[in-house]
Design a protein around this ligand. Structure first.
Ligand SMILES: [Zn+2]
Length: 295
């Protein structure tokens, strides 16, 4: 199944619902970062959460979702934009394999206690960051708390990743549902009932359900309208050119020292693990350019 995200609204204008299947995007992240199963689940949930959050901002803006816990996972960061492009990384991709008492990957233990923050990067305004303490470390629950506490929009977020025995990603996806200001008590009760019945989102995706079908399970008998449907993909903005600019910014002394020690300079992108190597010859040319700028 292809990866995509659907943004919908009930026709009574009481609920906004987003749902995404992100199996391929999370699989790509797993391959790029060579993550172990718990790290795959933690990073995959963060990436899917960033995609959902990124779909609520204006075109051209983007969001950075940061999970900063004291557990062995370290920081987990994903950024996404309104076009459905996401990239992300986990500080410790080689986490040990642990399961909780239900036999599921123990993301909460990997994440630990700490903070969740969302930074909105807007084209015409200063960036804005909102943050909340992590309430469970499961990421979906933490994001639910963020929307409710920091943005004052009562919300429910479900995020899930299933990892196969060969470490590959079996399924991944997520949903975000928000109460709009006019939501009635009946709608809230109905939603609570539907949420309680809902299987984990990764299991639904594994069963072959589409984002639209997940939305149907969430809204039940309510009619809804699809506002947008878009492809999502792992896409990094790094390039050889940008890496070169980064090297040039290190300053002559550091460049010379690194070149003397290693005979080349390598820049590795955190977000996608791509490495850009500049040969001794290229670096000498860069140093000559820097000399020229000085004179
Ligand atoms: Zn990159």
């Amino acid at each position: 199944m292809e990866d995509y995200l659907v943004r919908a609204m009930t026709t009574n204008k009481e609920l906004r619902i987003l749902a995404a299947s992100s199996t391929n995007v999370v699989a790509e992240a797993q391959q790029k970062h060579q993550t172990t199963p718990v790290a795959t689940a933690a990073l995959g949930r963060t990436i899917t959460g960033a995609l959902l959050t990124g779909s609520l901002v204006k075109s051209g803006d983007e969001v950075v979702l940061k999970i900063d816990g004291d557990g062995p996972a370290g920081k987990i960061i994903a950024d996404a934009n309104q076009k459905g492009e996401v990239r992300g990384y986990i500080q410790n991709p080689q986490l040990d394999f642990y399961k909780n008492s239900q036999g599921k990957l123990d993301v909460a233990r990997a994440v630990g206690k700490g903070q969740l923050s969302i930074t909105k990067i807007m084209s015409l305004k200063e960036p804005y960051t909102g943050s909340v303490p992590l309430i469970s470390g499961e990421i979906g629950e933490d994001l639910t708390y963020y929307f409710t506490a920091s943005e004052q929009v009562p919300s429910a977020v479900g995020l899930g990743v299933l990892v196969d025995t060969d470490l590959s990603v079996k399924s991944a996806g997520g949903f975000l549902i928000q109460l709009l200001p006019d939501a009635s008590e009946e709608t809230i009760t109905l939603l609570e009932k539907n949420l309680a019945k809902l299987n984990s989102v990764s299991a639904l995706i594994e069963d072959g359900l589409s984002p639209e079908e997940i939305i149907e399970l969430l809204v039940g008998e309510l009619d809804y309208r699809v506002m947008a449907r878009k492809e999502i993909k792992f896409k990094c903005r790094c390039s050889r050119e940008r890496s070169y600019t980064l090297v040039a910014g290190l300053g002559k002394q550091e460049i010379e020292e690194t070149l003397a020690a290693e005979g080349k300079i390598e820049v590795r992108c955190h977000f996608c693990n791509e490495s850009y190597v500049f040969s001794g010859q290229e670096i000498k040319k860069l140093l000559a350019e820097l000399d020229e700028q000085e004179n």
